[in-house]
Design a protein around this ligand. Structure first.
Ligand code: GDP
Ligand code: IMO
Ligand code: MG
Length: 421
């Protein structure tokens, strides 16, 4: 059984929580794209874990895999392994596998990311983790891979080939040239430690599926941050939609059983780019305050708005969701009315699907349906029946308008604060 979970909005939908909740049922949990720009929060056993690279199934016995479509900063990985060890979870090579071809984020990628962003007249608001520049090198066939840092001679030879063009790129942007050759010994030391973790992710997953095991692919970012289908240029540099899990993990699309879209009961975005339902008012402050909407990776305040159905419709198409997980319903408690954007007005016309171009989306004016809110604290409710009537109505409306079943409802950050619909 092969299940893919992706974010249906602009990231931070609660993927970490949903993956943790499902992980006990799976034999393998694999990250397939992105890097430590991701920040996935798991709240369990009285602790809060902020994971950037290690799959969110880490608290269970599942085998964890980091696939070759990801871009990995080995220093961040080591910090994460140490953080987990301090909290009583050991991540040894029998638990975690890293594909030999995983792209390595080098110090020069991070330097180039911030130099380039500082020069942009219109900023993207990247996480400054070197993600875009690591993917440029992957596509440009100038990447350093996991197998390279695990072998001193191979790494040094590869760097000799690459460093001069990195120096030129840094010089062009007015940066410090020494960054092109910095951190080498530290990477070699980490490479030695990570060598036993190296695996062939595609082979492992395909063998597991043949043995009837269960595999969960954990997406990072969100569908509208997809490099191909997102709100360019305000996107990340990887393909974040479900189909990407197949190509990036090396699993054929015929093997997919379920695709779950994680969606907040409202919407947030961190960084720049259009967000038609953004509320720069007391509603936005309510959502940010009650929802703790501050970036897991950068700490930046997230922009908040009402649920955006046209964007949800598009992500349902992009991913082919078989079911949805609705998170953070508890955050809407205390708002009255509760609004759902069902369409947009663009240049005098009403549309129910996002226009393709970002500048057009930025001009869209939301058309809202209003529902009565509720005041009850729902964070300890254990099933749909226990929810206030108005909350049930809200869920019912979203389900009907999306045309995809809401399988899970989350009413708080903890693992237990979830029930099936
Ligand atoms: P991810 O990137 O999709 O994994 O999401 P993040 O971890 O970046 O952000 C989601 C935040 O919301 C985290 O702080 C979670 O602990 C929290 N969270 C997840 N589900 C719920 C929920 O149903 N209610 C509340 N109040 N918080 C939630
Ligand atoms: P998770 O997995 C929310 C956003 C950044 C920026 C844009 C490009 O936690 O949902 P990048 O550093 O990737 O080049 O930045 O993408 N972004 C995210 N927003 N959640 C994330 O990950 C994100 N990862 C990147 O804020 O706007
Ligand atoms: Mg996040």
């Amino acid at each position: 059984m092969f299940t893919i979970i992706t974010g249906a909005q602009f990231g931070d939908e609660g993927k970490g929580k949903i993956v943790d909740m499902m992980a006990s049922q799976y034999d393998i949990v694999a990250r397939f794209q992105g890097g430590d720009n991701a920040g996935h929060t798991v709240v369990a056993e009285g602790k809060t874990y902020k994971l950037h690279l290690i799959p969110s199934g880490v608290l269970f016995d599942a085998r964890l895999l980091i696939g070759p479509g990801t871009v990995m900063n080995p220093k961040i990985l080591m910090e994460e392994i140490a953080m987990l060890a301090e909290n009583g979870t050991t991540v040894k090579p029998d638990k975690l596998g890293i594909d030999a071809k995983t792209s390595i984020i080098m110090p020069y990628h991070i330097a180039l990311d911030s130099l380039r962003e500082s020069k942009r007249a219109v900023k993207i608001g990247t996480t400054n983790r070197g993600i875009g520049f690591a993917y440029i090198d992957k596509v440009g066939r100038d990447e350093i891979q996991m197998a390279d840092i695990a072998d001193r001679n191979r790494f040094l030879k590869r760097l000799e080939e690459i460093a001069p063009q990195k120096e030129a790129a840094i010089r062009d942007l007015g940066g410090d040239l020494s960054i092109a050759r910095s951190g080498i010994e530290e990477y070699i030391e980490i490479g030695k430690k990570l060598k036993p973790y190296i695996t062939d992710v595609s082979r492992e997953i395909n063998l597991a599926l043949k043995e009837g095991k269960k595999v969960l692919a954990e997406g990072a970012q969100g569908s509208h941050l997809d490099i191909i289908h997102g709100t360019q240029k305000f996107v990340t540099s990887s393909s974040t939609v479900a189909g990407s899990a197949c190509s990036a993990l090396g699993v054929g699309p015929t093997k997919v059983d379920k695709v779950i879209g994680v969606v907040k009961a409202y919407i947030t975005r961190v960084g720049e780019g259009p967000l038609p339902t953004e509320q720069k008012n007391a509603v936005g402050e309510h959502l940010r305050g009650k929802g703790g909407e501050f970036g897991t990776t950068t700490g930046r305040p997230r922009r908040c708005g009402w649920f955006d159905l046209p964007l949800a419709r598009k992500s349902i198409d992009l991913n082919g969701y078989t079911g949805m997980a609705l998170t953070k319903l508890d955050v809407l408690t205390g708002l009255d009315p509760v609004k759902v954007c069902t369409g947009y007005e663009l240049d005098g016309k009403i549309i129910d699907y996002p226009p393709e171009l970002s500048d057009e989306l930025a001009r869209c004016k939301p058309v809202y349906t209003e529902l009565p809110g509720w005041d009850e604290d729902i964070s300890s409710r254990e099933n749909l029946r226990e929810l206030p009537e108005n909350a049930k109505e809200y869920i019912g409306l979203l389900e009907q308008l999306m045309g995809v079943g809401i399988e899970y409802i989350s009413v708080g950050p903890g693992r237990q604060q979830t029930f099936t619909n």
